[in-house]
Design a binder for this molecule. Structure first.
Ligand code: G1P
Length: 286
């Protein structure tokens, strides 16, 4: 089923990365030389998404600027004959009118952020990408869209059983190794309460009916309006599937995951990999 719109919730405060995120949106933190949000947008584009909806907040204007022309920069690069850099900043531009912004006026949770985009989505399924979850390899969203036949879908991966309190955790039904029927999902259960160690990673496709559910504004874990709770409430009314994606996910909401992502992505870059690999071998880091 065709999915052409995607929501990018980018209103979070990024407190785990202070002081870096005091004035800089956390989604603008770079992995090597590209902001996290650009990776998410590129993954969505690779999956055929043509309409990009950002749910922003105060202090997030750097994201809007990033996806707009920088006329001064472009004229300097042109004048100096820096064609590669010019191509880089021009090629990342989206078609005029394909990017919209709506503000989440208060940090009331992921479910609330998604609900804020309802009028821009209308009556069709929509993808959601959390830029903190950086996925290296084939577009996870593309894998999901190829298999999507309606209802709700989440990406999942196995996590260490000690880490369940950081994720939405599913109860699995029928499992063909790639797609799993979701019988239940709960937000951030303690390890002794977790039904499995299959954790939701920040990629979703939701049916339009989910917005009505989100509109009830029921608070869940952490006093926030949770997307997970609305997904759970739709079980039995709409199909709910989890997808094991084939890429590698980095938790760029954590410092360790962010550092690991930088190393993994740099090792894949022709201009950096040899020197970095050599340095990692030679340096007495331990
Ligand atoms: C959010 C979701 C959670 C999901 C996670 C994936 O939590 O609420 O269900 O497992 O993203 O990264 P957050 O990390 O924003 O606390």
């Amino acid at each position: 089923m065709r999915v052409k719109k995607a929501i990018f919730p980018v209103g979070g405060l990024g407190t785990r990365f202070l002081p870096a995120t005091k004035a800089l949106p956390k989604e603008m933190l770079p992995v090597v030389d590209k902001p996290l949000i650009q990776y998410a947008v590129e993954e969505a584009s690779a999956a055929g998404i043509t309409e990009f909806i950002f749910v922003t907040g105060r202090n997030k204007t750097a994201i809007e600027d990033h996806f707009d022309h920088s006329t001064e920069l472009e004229s300097v690069l042109t004048a100096k004959g820096k064609h590669d850099a010019l191509k880089l900043v021009q090629e990342m531009m989206r078609e005029p009118g394909s990017v919209s912004y709506v503000r989440q006026q208060e940090p009331a949770g992921l479910g609330h952020a998604v609900w804020c985009a309802r009028n821009l989505v209308g009556d069709e399924p929509v993808a959601i990408l959390l830029a903190d979850d950086l996925i290296k390899g084939p577009s996870a969203l593309q894998e999901m869209i190829s298999a999507y036949e309606g209802g709700n879908m989440v990406a999942v991966m196995d996590v260490d059983p000690s880490e369940t309190a950081a994720y939405g955790i599913i109860t699995a039904g029928k499992d063909d190794g790639r797609q799993i029927e979701v019988k239940d999902v709960i937000e951030k259960p303690a390890p002794d309460k977790a039904p499995s160690n299959l954790a939701v990673v920040g990629r979703y496709i939701i049916e339009p009916q989910l917005f009505e559910q989100l509109g009830t504004q029921d608070e869940g874990a952490g006093g926030e309006i949770q997307l997970t709770d609305s997904l759970a409430a739709r079980i039995g009314k709409a199909p709910f599937t989890a997808m094991r994606f084939s890429g590698t996910r980095f938790d760029c909401g954590s410092k360790l995951g962010f550092l690991q992502a930088n190393i993994a992505f740099a090792l894949d870059r022709a201009d950096l990999s040899d020197d970095l690999r050599q340095w990692l071998k030679d340096a007495d880091l331990g």
